[in-house]
Write a new protein. Structure first.
Length: 389
């Protein structure tokens, strides 16, 4: 009976990961908002920043506030903010309300990322099952990332280009259903060491723990691998093989598809295989894939390597995140905020890639990605050498 109750409590939490993937609509929806309001490319380029900048500012403060609010209440707060943001353009449609909607989507998503992952540990106490469940959450998020643009296209197809923003209330209704399901599900509140608000410096103090620092940087670099591969995949195929605009779109699609498949398989493997062993095998395979991508110029082989990077790196985020939570379970809320802050830091990789490509060509972008994977390889084997004691 206890296992059944745990499973039932896990389902609405996992569904929350579907809401987490909504922020990825910014790519396709920003094209429509640009045409509607005549925004410049620079203004349109600000749209992703409106969504993702909040990870940097809210990660640690929300992690600290969770001690007082509780994880479930914090998740519900994030969904309430998302629903408000998604309904706003329907009430009053203008360039300003669209920008506010994107900002509220980002704020809600940042709070959700901080609170939803540790909430899983409230109902799953087995370490292997926790890592597997976190990976399952990433699968659901990846599916949402694939479905989100289709929801935008659905709104456009049924209501017209000028009504593209009807995708927002659709996303808002899904978020509301998720919130109602979670609200109706009994989940025991975590035992917090304190209900007082802790200073931000108290969270940064955790980085003095060598293991936490290594894992923090691991999150930074695995997000860097994700951003970098997505960023350079189409450019690499265009530069090396003169692929057309229509053809190069296939490269990131292969990456996202294999990443989803890899994460799905990771759910099953991580429930049966030690997470460190799985981490090491996959990161070595990822490293080999990037080396082949760097030095072998064949379109089919390069496309396979792009897909291989997505496949082998797909479960690394969940493994590192789970290890961080397990390292200091009494500080889980603060560690969650710390790790989510590292997601924003991963965006630093993109301008570095741009500079590298400008200096030495596309191989420079591949090398930057390779550096990220080399660090993750060090991370995977660093624990074995006893450097984290």
């Amino acid at each position: 009976m206890k296992t059944q109750n745990s499973t039932l409590a896990t389902l609405p939490i996992l569904f929350g990961f579907f809401v987490m993937g909504f922020c990825d609509i910014v790519g396709i929806s920003s094209d429509y908002v640009q045409r509607t309001f005549g925004w410049s490319p620079a203004m349109t380029g600000f749209v992703p920043s409106l969504v993702f900048i909040w990870f940097l500012f809210l990660g640690i403060p929300i992690g600290n506030h969770m001690n007082k609010w509780g994880r479930k209440n914090t998740v519900l707060l994030s969904m309430a903010i998302t629903v408000i943001g998604m309904l706003l353009p329907l009430i009053s449609y203008s360039s300003v309300t669209c920008m506010i909607a994107y900002a509220l989507l980002g704020i809600g998503n940042a709070i959700l990322q901080v609170s939803l992952n540790p909430l899983l540990s409230n109902v799953i106490t087995n370490q292997h099952l926790l890592t597997s469940s976190l990976t399952a959450g990433q699968v659901i998020k990846a599916v949402s990332s694939l479905v989100g643009p289709e929801i935008v296209l659905f709104a456009v197809a049924h209501f017209g280009d000028d009504k593209w923003y009807y995708c927002f209330p659709i996303l808002g209704c899904i978020t509301l259903l998720s919130a109602i399901w979670l609200m109706a599900t009994p989940i025991k509140r975590e035992d917090s060491a304190t209900t007082q608000l802790l200073p931000i410096s108290d969270t940064f103090f955790l980085l003095k723990d060598k293991k936490i620092l290594l894992l923090f940087l691991g999150i930074f670099f695995i997000v860097g691998v994700d951003v970098a591969t997505n960023f350079i995949s189409s450019k690499l195929m265009a530069e090396r093989f003169n692929w057309t605009t229509e053809q190069v779109k296939f490269a990131p699609q292969v990456y996202f598809l294999t990443r989803t498949i890899g994460a799905l398989l990771g759910v099953f493997f991580l429930a049966r295989i030690a997470e460190m062993k799985y981490f090491r095998v996959n990161i070595i395979a990822c490293l080999c894939s990037l080396l082949i991508l760097a030095f072998v110029e064949n379109d089919i082989i390069n496309l396979i390597c792009i897909g291989a990077v997505g496949f082998f790196a797909s479960s690394v985020f969940s493994i590192i995140y789970s290890m961080a939570l397990q390292a200091r379970p009494e500080k889980a809320n603060q560690i969650s905020g710390l790790m989510i802050t590292a997601i924003a830091g991963g965006g630093v990789v993109t301008p570095i890639i741009g500079i590298a490509i400008g200096k030495v060509g596309i191989i420079g972008g591949v090398c930057v990605t390779l550096v990220c994977v080399l660090y993750l390889t060090y991370c995977a084997f660093g624990i074995k050498t006893g450097k984290l004691n």
